[in-house]
Design a binder for this molecule. Structure first.
Ligand code: ADP
Length: 423
């Protein structure tokens, strides 16, 4: 299951890297576009200023080098040196015409600074056609002290105006991001679907395997029992009848477990709580597993605490949970030596089931409680199962408000610990 999903996981990894690169490139380009628009704005304002100097007699030395007489102390502010007081009406009119000609469509505030008075003598809002008006109040033109008079041109909403020019790019970037998110979500959905398909296929395989062998044994035994002279061999008859009995009991138990698990999946675990000694229930689980213990030649040791073993819980579900854990401990060990112990921790009763089995890799330890999950890689275990047991155990413990966790070292065995409130 893990191996089959590997390719898809690889595809997801590559896609994530690609998406990250695309987003980074997108951000890089947006920043570039911002810089470009900023430069364009600057060029347009500079051209308008050059036009203004050409239109009006503002400095004594009418040279072509406007840069010398214009200062740009911050991106929003331009100071245009003047040697004489220009005729105001025509100054504002020319300024408006130049800015309009060079497509500067944002709020502009202008003012005349007199160096004798060290203050603005006139201020004017330049009403540009189609100008961008930012929703917030504009700030006052900063008064910068100079030893010459100047016309200050202030563009309070320059930043917002430039961003507005970029709406198309930001919109298309956002759209691309949305498409990528939708794409990512579809891949994730596909992965989940594939994972579920694979786990279900595994489940069907396990299920078939679990039922096929006993059925084949029963069929053979039935054929033997149908032999004409079987009545003459009562010993053989008894043996084969016993085999059928044993296999059907096994099948019955498996079917019942499947039904219980299917039931607890679709409903909340219906608990019928009673107060009992947990150690007695653990003993009962060991007794119930006697055939398996014998078959695998397992040793089971117990070390029960003297007090704090009384709990209020559903006896039947707790028994099934313990059977599952002890059965796993036996199933996943070659020469099983199991220690079942109880101890108290504060107000909790702890039940630990320790084995010396194959262990569980760190990366699988969380997943083993998932429905249908079975470790299939590495030392491919021959133990049969459906990958439902631990999920069932966790549901039962959760329903009791308890906790289950696992500590394990591959090759060194595992310890499953359940914590449940004492009463
Ligand atoms: P099943 O045993 O039917 O496969 P479980 O839900 O009981 O399903 O266990 C899930 C998986 O967790 C098992 O397939 C096995 O890989 C691993 N596992 C469970 N208990 C142990 C254990 N005591 N030692 C090693 N591996 C275990």
């Amino acid at each position: 299951m893990v191996i089959r999903s590997k390719t898809l996981r690889f595809v997801i990894l590559i896609s994530t890297v690609l998406v990250t690169i695309i987003i980074a490139v997108q951000l890089f380009w947006l920043q570039k576009v911002y810089k470009y628009e900023e430069k364009q704005f600057n060029i347009n304002v500079s051209k308008s200023i050059r036009g203004l100097y050409r239109d009006m007699q503002m400095v004594n030395d009418v040279s072509d080098n406007v840069q010398k007489v214009v200062e740009n102390p911050n991106p929003d502010l331009y100071l245009l040196r003047i040697d004489c007081n220009p005729y105001l009406d025509s100054l504002w009119l020319n300024l408006k015409a130049e800015l309009t000609d060079f497509d500067v469509y944002t709020d502009c505030e202008a003012a005349i600074y007199s160096h004798e008075k060290n203050a603005f003598t006139n201020e004017q809002y330049i009403d540009l056609p189609d100008a961008y008006h930012a929703p917030k109040e504009s700030t006052a033109i900063p008064v910068l002290k100079r030893d010459y008079s100047y016309v200050a041109l202030f563009f309070p909403h320059r930043g917002e105006y430039i961003l507005k020019q970029m709406y198309f790019w930001m919109g298309s970037g956002g759209l691309l991001l949305l498409v990528l998110i939708a794409f990512g979500a579809s891949i994730f959905y596909l992965y989940r679907q594939k994972f579920l398909n694979e786990t279900q296929k595994d489940f069907v395989n396990n299920f078939t395997h679990e039922f096929k062998t006993p059925l084949a044994v029963i069929k053979i035994a039935a054929e033997v029992l149908q032999q004409p002279n079987i009545a003459d061999k009562p010993e053989k008859l008894k043996n084969y009848a016993a085999i059928i009995d044993e296999q059907t009991t096994h099948l019955q138990a498996q079917t019942q477990r499947l039904l219980e698990i299917a039931y607890t999946d679709s409903n909340k675990v219906p608990l019928e709580k009673e107060k009992f000694d947990i150690t007695a229930l653990l003993q009962q689980a060991i007794t119930d597993l006697h055939p398996l213990i014998e078959q695998k030649n397992a040793t089971i040791e117990t070390s029960f605490s003297h007090n704090g073993n009384m709990v209020t819980a559903d006896k039947y579900y707790m028994l099934l949970a313990f059977i599952n854990l002890v059965e796993n401990a036996i199933k996943y060990s070659t020469d099983p030596k199991i220690l079942i112990s109880t101890y108290t921790e504060g107000k909790d009763c702890c039940i630990a089931i320790k084995d010396n089995g194959i262990g569980i890799k760190e990366e699988h330890q969380k997943k083993i409680f998932d429905r249908f999950f079975r470790v299939t890689e590495g030392e491919l275990h021959t133990a049969k199962g459906f990958g439902l047991g631990l999920n069932f155990v966790k549901k039962v413990i959760d329903a009791h408000g308890g906790k289950i966790d696992v500590k394990s070292m591959p090759g060194n065995g595992s310890i499953f610990t359940i914590k449940i409130a004492t009463s």
